[in-house]
Each structure stands twice: as structure tokens, then as C-alpha cells.
Design a protein around this ligand. Sequence first.
Ligand SMILES: NC(=O)c1ccc[n+]([C@@H]2O[C@H](COP(=O)([O-])OP(=O)(O)OC[C@H]3O[C@@H](n4cnc5c(N)ncnc54)[C@H](O)[C@@H]3O)[C@@H](O)[C@H]2O)c1
Length: 290
Amino acid sequence: MLLGAVGGPQYDTLPRALRPEQGILGIRKALGLFANLRPALLYPELAAASSFKPEVVAGLDLMIVRELTGDIYFGQPRGRRKNAAGEDEGFDTMHYSVSEIERIARVGFETARRRGKKLCSVDKANVLDTSMLWREVVTALGRDYPDVELSHMYVDNAAMQLVKRPKQFDVIVTGNLFGDILSDEASMLAGSIGMLPSASLDAAAKGLYEPIHGSAPDIAGRDLANPLATILSLAMMFRHTFARADVADRIEAAVRRVLAAGLRTGDIALPGEATVGTKAMGAAVVAALA
Ligand SMILES: NC(=O)c1ccc[n+]([C@@H]2O[C@H](COP(=O)([O-])OP(=O)(O)OC[C@H]3O[C@@H](n4cnc5c(N)ncnc54)[C@H](O)[C@@H]3O)[C@@H](O)[C@H]2O)c1
């Protein structure tokens, strides 16, 4: 984390093993956290703070289910080599096995079943063999979920549709690389990354819960950070690992109440609107819980 905060060329030239991303990739792999759940939810009170037109994003409530321990991020072989012309080239390997696709697709179907019953599987099956298999496996699994409406979309179209008509989506399931990019794009729809939680789950629904944002070094220690993404991550923990939807609902309702009461940290305030700090926002949620 500290290394990542350095930024710039110094960071870019670090050997791969020293980059902080390798730490988080290793933790996910070692703990078997193959399913990343990232809601993108825009509270109606914050629609005006989004950089998108309110009619495009107001009431947005979508969930991205991203595979987290496979794909091109972990594929071997990878590295640098000389090509036939003697030129240096970099290469990576994309692959997914049937069982890897099935287990993440199942999380997608189950998640859709608990929500709006619509699942969109995102791939690049017009070009990539990995995606052709992905589409076949997801389609076959869909027969176990007749109550869930399954659709497929190429990733380039999905990137466009997310900003054009994001409310068409309920649950999106996709691989590691495509999910990495699409989930960051979706986070912008929700106004601020200070609002968005995430869960990374293993096969037994044990998980790692964290806000999608990083350590925000530019505002650290100044009572400016929005604590709601972290608080909402706790709500996800109660929902997914502890199976206590009742507690999760209470926490989420408390957050909604403080927003409805007009409390805003700087990242979600409109120009000229009064703001509160991290501590005051946290205290207001605790008070709303009671
Ligand atoms: N999931 C993760 O573990 C994760 C994700 C992103 C970044 N990081 C790490 O965090 C460090 C900083 O990275 P970065 O600056 O690129 O990303 P960042 O998410 O920390 O910050 C990006 C921007 O968003 C703002 N921001 C972030 N969280 C906020 C909050 N709660 N309230 C208000 N504003 C907020 C920051 O002030 C900054 O302007 C790096 O070490 C990076 O590797 C970790």
C-alpha cells in the first residue's frame, strides 16, 4: 500500500514481486476468494452529485460479480521474451476451466435469484476462445435457473451500455480482467468511490470485506474521508458471511437515514453544500442505528 502511494515512474519500475497489487492478488488466491461482489447503488439523495444525468442514474442498483482468482492475471506462461525477429515482447495467458466458470456463474445466478432475477454474462466470445467456453458453460448452467433471465453481452458493448443505460442491468457476471475494468467504470455511476463497499467470497461464503477505494493518501488524517463505504462493507459482511440480512438491512437503513437528513462528506456534497467530517458522519450513522 505504502509503495503504491509513491506513484509515478518510481512505482512503475518496481519489479512485479514488490508491487502492492501482488500482495492483494496473493491474499485472494491463498484464501480462495474467487467471487468479488461489487454493488453499484446510487442513493436517490445523491443523484444530483453524480457526474451523470440524474435520469440516467437515479435509482441505479446493480451488482457486478467478478471472478477473482483466475484469468489472465494468474495464467502461465507469462513474461518477457525475444520474438522471432529478435525484438523484446511481453506476453500473458488467458484461461478459464469449466469448473472455474461454473462456480462463478453459479454465484451470479444465485445473486440474481435473490435480486431482480436478471443475469447478464459479459465476455468477448466473438474473439477469444476462453470466452467461447465461458459462454457455453454459462448457457448450460442457465438451465438450472429457469427463473433467472440470462443474457450475454460482449465486453465492449457492456462498457458502452453501462454509461448509456445502466439501469438495464441487475446482475453482471464476468471474468477477472473484464470485471476489473467494468466494476471501476460502474463505481463512477454511483457518484463517489467513498460510497461503495465490496465483498470477496470463498466457496463457503467466508470473505474479505473492504471499501472499493484505497487508502486515499491525499486526504489521510484530515477528517475528510467518507466512512460510508467501509460501514456498508460491514453490512455486506452481515449479509453474506453471517447470513444476518436483518442486521445488514439495519446498517443500510441507518446510512440511508443520514443521507436523507442531508449529511454530506466533501466527496458527495454539491458545490456550496455544507459538509461534515469522517468522525461526524460515522457518529451520525451510529446514532441512526439506535
Ligand atoms: N482495494 C484496494 O486494496 C485498493 C484499491 C485502490 C487503491 N489501493 C491502494 O491505495 C493507495 C492509494 O491509491 P489511489 O490514490 O490510487 O486510490 P484511492 O482510492 O486511495 O484514492 C483515489 C481518490 O479518491 C479519493 N478517495 C478515496 N477514498 C475516499 C473516501 N473514503 N472519501 C473521500 N475520498 C476518497 C482520494 O482522496 C483520491 O482522490 C495505493 O497504495 C493503492 O495501491 C488499494
